[in-house]
Design a protein. Structure first.
Length: 275
């Protein structure tokens, strides 16, 4: 028997899809039958101390989605720019139609050993992690409302969206925590707007996930300089989560299992926030 496809006929719009969590979400949604619009910036941001995804990374997402039998369109664009998001939505509508599922996953974390420009790190982080989510939802939700068939939107926040742990006054850490708390505020406000249209919206709050965002030398330097702010102190004996752990939560929320779930902040954190 083949893989069950509970999302057959559905369209999923995913930001930050070129690698890490975003790629995992794309592959797992496609495995269950969803057609995928994958968007990523595919260029670096100066304040971010690690290389962001590349065009080759985005093509690898395409290859992995196609390997599980999925249909995918990949678009390069910056979630900070409403015109880029609108162009990606247009590409999605042209190929597949209006999205049924949105996963606002694009994000950065600029923590480093020594911060050269706290103001720029703060602003860039807010723009990608918070304004980018606003741009994504506002580009798609009105189309979902107009279509009148409901839908599911998942915003990827963080344990830093539920806790200030690790705060050190830097632009990067403060911006990350503020942006991820802000995503919760967006979700709760959007929920009131969208619920009458049977569009559900929730946030997921991962602890540290083993991706390029945390697995780099500058993050290691930050941990060394801030031992009491170490953000990987999970309650379970799990040092780091895997992208698939977050994808499974996405699947729960967007499939029939989550049909009555909206306005929820869902930790997937090995007990981090309860510790």
């Amino acid at each position: 028997m083949g893989q069950e496809q509970p999302l057959a006929g559905k369209v999923a719009f995913i930001t930050g899809a070129a690698r890490g969590q975003g790629r995992s979400h794309a592959v797992e949604l496609a495995r269950r039958g969803a057609r995928i619009l994958a968007m990523d910036i595919c260029e670096d941001i100066d304040s971010v101390p690690y290389g962001l995804a590349t065009a080759d990374d985005l093509q690898q997402t395409v290859a992995e989605v196609e390997a599980v039998g999925g249909d995918i369109v990949a678009v390069t664009g910056d979630v900070r720019e409403p015109a880029d998001v609108a162009a990606a939505v247009d590409a999605c509508r042209e190929r597949f139609g209006v999205p049924d599922i949105v996963v606002a996953n694009a994000g950065i974390n600029s923590q480093r050993g020594e911060e050269p420009d706290a103001q720029q790190a703060f602003v860039d982080t807010i723009m990608v992690n918070l304004v980018g989510v606003w741009n994504t939802v506002h580009a798609i939700a009105p189309l979902m409302i107009e279509r009148g068939e409901g839908g599911s939107i998942v915003l990827i926040s963080s344990t830093n969206g539920l806790s200030g742990r690790g705060g050190d006054g830097s632009g990067a850490v403060t911006g990350y925590t503020a942006s991820k708390h802000g995503v919760v505020g967006l979700m709760r406000s959007f929920m009131i707007w969208l619920a009458p249209h049977n569009i559900r919206i929730n946030t997921i709050h991962p602890a540290g996930v083993l991706t390029a965002m945390v697995a780099h030398d500058e993050m290691a330097r930050w941990f060394a300089n801030n031992p009491e702010g170490h953000t990987m102190g999970n309650a379970l004996p799990v040092p780091m989560l895997e992208p698939i752990d977050i994808s499974r939560a996405v699947l729960y929320l967007v499939e029939e299992s989550g049909r009555h779930v909206t306005g929820v902040t869902m930790p997937v954190d090995a007990g981090f926030t309860a510790k």
